[in-house]
Design a protein around this ligand. Structure first.
Ligand code: GLU
Length: 464
């Protein structure tokens, strides 16, 4: 049997970070088995579904590199098929029309609450003849759920989860306006799309029992379910807005790389021994249902940042430049000229060693491409003010150099230090302050060679 998985988001907001993890797991499982990964947009809730949300989900998946196979399925377009199945169940006597009014249902709910019963609808139309139907009332269609025994959801993560028949009501499959409910639409679509495995959040476990009732009624194979524990915030409560960013695009905007986010999400809910850094290829090779954790994991922003730093160091410099350039352009309010682009290219290798996010990387690159004269930070200004004469001499000596590399730059600095009776260690911070405007950054020789002779000298002269 060839594996077919799906990601089935409802387009009511951004691509949630938990949804991204669900998508990644389904994608990995399909890729691991050489199967198919499908995307179904569950847009049946017309009030809450928006075009922006659809775009955000598709963009988010694209950014994460979770490409799906085949065409995107839009659930709303399958409505006729959902209705056809509801009618079929009706014809086969496996479903029935219910004419209850809202008042009747409310009264049943109240009654059930009083008696402490789990289900409120008393199945009053289950065996009633249609001839008794009140005039002018459009009925809903309800499934005949089993009256006794139990429904077992065979779950790859949770094991066999048993639901007593008394926990399931005759739920609605078609509303009175002819629109399908989520429960019916999901089952019909999963069947029609040939889905073999459903990996999703464990908030859908109860739905799985109802969906099993429908699969059984239709005589269709039940896909293998795998309900994964939800993501919790650092405090152990379900991840929510107050914990910080929820949407995938927020992580992109904070300067995370998609491969870092995927690696982090994978580890958040799945394990392969103690491995922390798991590339996408490795994940495809290793991914299995057995590795999925049974307990909820806590989101740890520091860990994500750490991983991101790792992937930044691994990333191709040309790619990082493309990602950082727009951030620099935004900060500067102008584009970079050829010289500045060349400086950025030379400097990237050194810069990426110390950045955890692209935003931090851009911030650390800013001094390379900023307009002269530099605005010195307070501490930098102090360092420079103490050494103006020395810095002027260094600038003059550097101007005479024919080659510009660490081997030619350093001896000149040492010579001038001796002439001024200063230790080399006393001069380097002042040079750094002059050419960067600050006190941190990559190795000083790296900075100077990256800036180039002309620019380095000009920056020194600016402060003298
Ligand atoms: N559309 C549902 C959601 O976004 C998921 C349905 C499913 O995976 O079965 O929560």
């Amino acid at each position: 049997m060839s594996v077919v998985t799906r990601f089935a988001p409802s387009p009511t907001g951004m691509l949630h970070i938990g949804g991204a993890r669900t998508a990644y797991f389904n994608w990995l499982f399909a890729r691991h088995h050489g199967g198919t990964f499908l995307l179904r947009i569950e847009d049946t809730d017309k009030e809450r579904s928006t075009e922006d949300a659809k775009r955000a989900i598709i963009d988010g998946l694209g950014w994460l590199g979770l490409t799906h196979d085949g065409d995107t399925v839009f659930q709303s377009k399958q409505e006729a098929r959902h209705q056809e199945i509801a009618e079929q169940l009706l014809r086969e006597g496996k479903a029935y029309k219910c004419y209850c009014s809202a008042e009747e249902l409310a009264a049943m709910r109240e009654e059930a609450q009083k008696e402490g019963k789990r289900i409120s609808y008393d199945r009053r139309w289950r065996d009633r003849d249609a001839s008794e139907a009140p005039a002018g009332v459009e009925p809903v269609i309800r499934i005949k759920a089993p009256l006794e025994g139990e429904i077992i959801v065979k779950d790859a993560v949770q094991g066999d989860v048993r639901f007593g028949a008394d926990q399931l009501d005759d739920f609605i499959i078609l509303r009175s306006d002819g629109s399908p409910t989520y429960m019916l639409a999901v089952v019909v679509d999963d069947h029609d799309m040939g889905i073999t495995h459903i990996i999703r959040g464990d908030d859908h476990l109860n739905n799985a029992a109802r969906q099993t009732v429908l699969f059984d009624a239709l005589g269709w194979d039940v896909p293998q379910f795998a309900h994964i524990p939800l993501i919790h915030g650092p405090d152990g409560a379900k991840l929510s807005k107050r914990h910080g960013a929820l949407g995938v695009e927020a992580y992109r905007d904070m300067g995370y790389l998609p491969e870092a986010v995927c690696n982090y999400l994978l580890r958040l809910g799945w394990a392969h021994g103690d491995d922390e850094i798991i590339s996408r290829d490795q994940a495809i090779e290793w991914f299995s249902m057995e590795g999925i954790n049974k307990a909820a994991a806590r989101f740890d922003f520091a860990k994500l940042e750490n991983l991101n730093g790792h992937y930044i160091r691994q990333a191709d410099n040309a790619r990082l430049i493309e990602l950082v350039r727009p951030l620099l352009v935004k900060a500067l309010g102008r584009t970079l000229n050829d010289t500045q682009n060349a400086v950025l290219t030379r400097g990237m290798e050194g810069l990426k060693q110390r950045a955890e996010t692209l935003n931090a990387l851009a911030e650390s690159a800013l001094f390379y491409v900023i307009d002269r004269p530099l605005q010195l930070e307070e501490k930098a200004a102090e360092l420079v003010n103490e050494r103006k004469a020395v810095l002027a001499d260094i600038a003059d000596a550097w101007a005479k150099l024919d080659t510009w590399d660490a081997d030619s730059i350093k001896p000149v600095v040492a010579e001038i230090a001796t002439a001024h009776e200063l230790k080399l260690g006393k001069m380097m911070p002042a040079i750094r302050a002059s050419v960067t405007g600050g006190t941190g950054g990559p190795d000083l020789m790296d900075i100077l060679t990256t800036l180039g002779q002309e620019e380095a000298i000009a920056r020194l002269r600016d402060v003298c």
